[in-house]
Design a protein around this ligand. Structure first.
Ligand code: BGC
Length: 457
């Protein structure tokens, strides 16, 4: 590749986290328990019995973390609000100390010259609401919008970008269908109901925002191209099912007001008929689409995993990560051009992209050498640049993640950070990939053409 890459002038460079994954102190200052607190304290749910009681201790060390963001030159920081800190019981009583925590964080970010991007829901539902049915209770759209409204009132004067729900697909696929994430259900019938309620909650939060917010609000979806492992009809059909389930599922609903017939075929009688009025309700226009993108999936038929009956395979010659995901940057172009072709011109932010690698637990000598992460970032950013040249309106990029953190059911075993965290000492060390990203930001992407060097400092 020759010549410098030029990203559009306003293109935003950021990094992302979520509350339960980094904060620790989940019950501090009057916060209520969330479903992840409950789930991680249930034996057998999380690898090695880990939980988020301490995590990165960000709740107490956030000033240090903002200083790290500044050292990296981040222009924006995407983080989520713990609903449980603001409404300990999910609804009703607001906890001023919880509201204050994020207020101080937002002020700290702005003082450091970093724009906050706030996610309202990144998977940690107040346990009190789960006790009332959680995402299966149709009232949740109002519960969520009431929570959102308090957040808009408290922070919209300082927050230019809001995300409603992070990855409804993972919430239902892992939380309601296969049971590996909180709340740990395995129920075919519940799954589409939770899905639809997530979209109703998203849409209701957007409607409330229109009546009082002054900036931009969007939805965050994880998208992943599916390629059949062979031309055998069962593999081709499994890839098509997996594609409908993860890719078309939510976008068809919010843009076209319908669910694809493929989903009905997959779920059979378990797929409910939603009234026209309820389908219409989820089509509330929003300002941008956040895309979380990690990998593609070469897909094989697997009869042991109904109803989608798919398994991910990593081709023999391909690079695989600690999460068992194939590294395949060119497929990101496929996703971005598909979104534009099928759903039209939506402003897009890549709200997450990153790689779990076997970084060591500590960083003796103050250095973490992670050339594979450097390569991953560089290759994906090059592809994003290519997509922009194809006319896709990508406006920003958020690396996942700022810090090594609590990777849900995998606990602390999967490290995605630009910044290494030693979970014994809480010492932070900017990895080589973090320094690389700092230079990308400083040059507005121009350094992406260079081959990665061992240490860019
Ligand atoms: C989630 C993050 C998670 C990351 C890596 C995304 O699905 O939004 O919370 O840590 O992927 O698995």
């Amino acid at each position: 590749m020759s010549g410098e890459l030029k990203f559009p002038p306003g293109f935003v460079w950021g990094a992302a986290t979520s509350s339960y994954q980094i904060e620790g102190s989940p019950l501090a200052d009057g916060a209520g328990p969330g479903i992840w607190h409950r789930f991680s304290h249930t034996p057998g749910r999380i690898a090695l019995g880990w939980n988020g009681d301490v995590a990165c201790d960000h709740y107490r060390r956030w000033t240090e973390d903002v200083a790290l963001m500044k050292a990296l030159g981040l222009q924006s920081y995407r983080f989520s609000l713990a609903w449980t800190r603001i409404f300990p019981d999910g609804t009703g009583r607001v906890n001023p100390k919880g509201v204050d925590f994020y207020s101080r964080l937002i002020d700290g970010l702005l003082e450091a010259g970093i724009q906050p991007m706030v996610t309202l829901y990144h998977w940690d539902l107040p346990a009190a609401l789960d006790d009332r049915g959680g995402w299966l209770n149709p009232e949740i759209a109002d519960w969520f919008a009431d929570f959102a409204e308090v957040c808009y009132r408290a922070y919209d004067d300082r927050v230019p970008m809001w995300c409603t729900i992070n990855e409804p697909w993972v919430i239902v696929d892992a939380g309601y269908l296969y049971g590996v994430n909180a709340p740990g259900h395995r129920n075919l019938h519940e799954t589409p109901i939770a899905s639809h309620h997530l979209l109703e909650a998203h849409a209701e939060a957007v409607r409330r925002y229109r009546s009082m917010g002054r900036h931009m609000i969007g939805l965050v979806l994880n998208l992943e191209p599916k390629t059949p492992a062979s031309q055998k009809p069962e593999d081709v059909a499994a890839a098509a099912r997996a594609d409908a389930w993860i890719n078309g599922h939510y976008l068809d609903a919010v843009r076209f007001g319908r669910y694809s017939e493929d989903l009905r075929a997959i779920f059979g009688d378990a797929w409910p008929e939603w009234s026209a009025e309820r389908m219409q309700r989820v089509t509330e226009p929003f300002d941008f689409l956040g895309i979380n993108w990690y990998t593609r999936a070469v897909t094989r038929y697997d009869e042991t995993r109904p109803p989608i009956s798919d398994a991910r395979v990593v081709p023999a010659d391909a690079e695989s990560t600690e999460t068992g995901w194939e590294v395949h940057a060119p497929s990101l172009l496929e996703t971005l051009t598909w979104v534009k072709a099928r759903y039209g011109d939506l402003p897009i932010y890549i709200t997450e992209n990153g790689i779990a690698l076997p970084d060591p637990p500590s960083a003796p000598g103050g250095r973490i050498v992670d050339p594979r992460r450097v390569r991953y970032l560089r290759d994906h950013l090059r592809v994003i640049h290519e997509a922009i040249e194809h006319g896709v309106d990508v406006r920003g990029y958020y690396a996942w993640s700022l810090l090594d953190n609590f990777e849900w059911a995998s606990g602390y075993a999967k490290r995605f950070g630009l910044v290494h965290v030693d979970f014994e000492t809480q010492r932070r060390t900017i990895k080589d990939s973090g320094w690389f990203y700092r230079d990308v930001i400083r040059t507005h992407g121009a350094t992406l053409t260079a081959e990665p060097v061992a240490r860019v400092r």
